[in-house]
Design a protein around this ligand. Structure first.
Ligand code: CMP
Length: 176
């Protein structure tokens, strides 16, 4: 089971190796402060205050150390991620990776089709992640205007890039 999944479902209260830390929303951090932080995330710019309040209730924020594996190819996946800060590395194959900058999302594929993780995703630098569990994903799609469309555009772009890569490999192997 993925590290963040275990922290989200409470099966481990914290990561003893310190790779992953929940950004505490304890007594010192008011819901209003969390909403102010969400307002800075591009994805949420079209959200009303009521919608942001709802997102703040279902989202958790984690700081993850560089080189930590966030999702592992072939494992079941139960969370959706939005990169708030830092860069993540998607290991598409043994010799190819894609870097995701802040503002990108990942982990949507397993939640949408129920299949295992399609790729291993690693924190390329220290990252701050907004994490939504499977049971709240449908709620997030309802609350954030345009998110479904952003997901479709992201998926289309990734399919197109994968096709182009496959084509380049085919051309290289046939010498064309
Ligand atoms: P999921 O399969 O749930 O977990 C791994 C994630 O990596 C996947 O969702 C996508 O969000 C992301 N991913 C997979 N393949 C690519 C790719 N070619 N380019 C960018 N991101 C990808």
């Amino acid at each position: 089971m993925e590290l963040i999944s275990r922290m989200m479902d409470g099966s481990i209260p914290y990561d003893p190796a310190g790779r992953c830390e929940p950004v505490v929303s304890g007594p010192g951090v008011r819901q209003e402060d969390k909403i102010e932080r969400l307002k800075e995330v591009l994805l949420f710019e079209g959200c009303s205050r009521r919608q942001l309040r709802s997102v703040a209730r279902i989202a958790r924020v984690f700081d993850v150390a560089a080189d930590t594996v966030i999702t592992r190819a072939g494992e079941p996946g139960d969370e959706f991620f939005l990169l708030i800060d830092g860069t993540a590395r998607v290991e598409v194959s043994a010799d190819r990776h894609v870097l995701l900058p802040p503002g990108e999302l990942f982990g949507e594929m397993s939640l949408l089709d129920g299949g295992p993780r399609s790729a291993t995703v690693v924190a390329h630098t220290p990252v701050r992640l907004l994490v939504i569990s499977r049971r709240n994903f449908a709620r997030l799609l309802e609350d954030v205007p345009g998110l479904t469309q952003i997901l479709l555009v992201t998926l289309s772009r990734r399919v197109r890039q994968a096709e182009e890569r496959a084509e380049r490999l085919r051309a290289a192997s046939t010498g064309l």
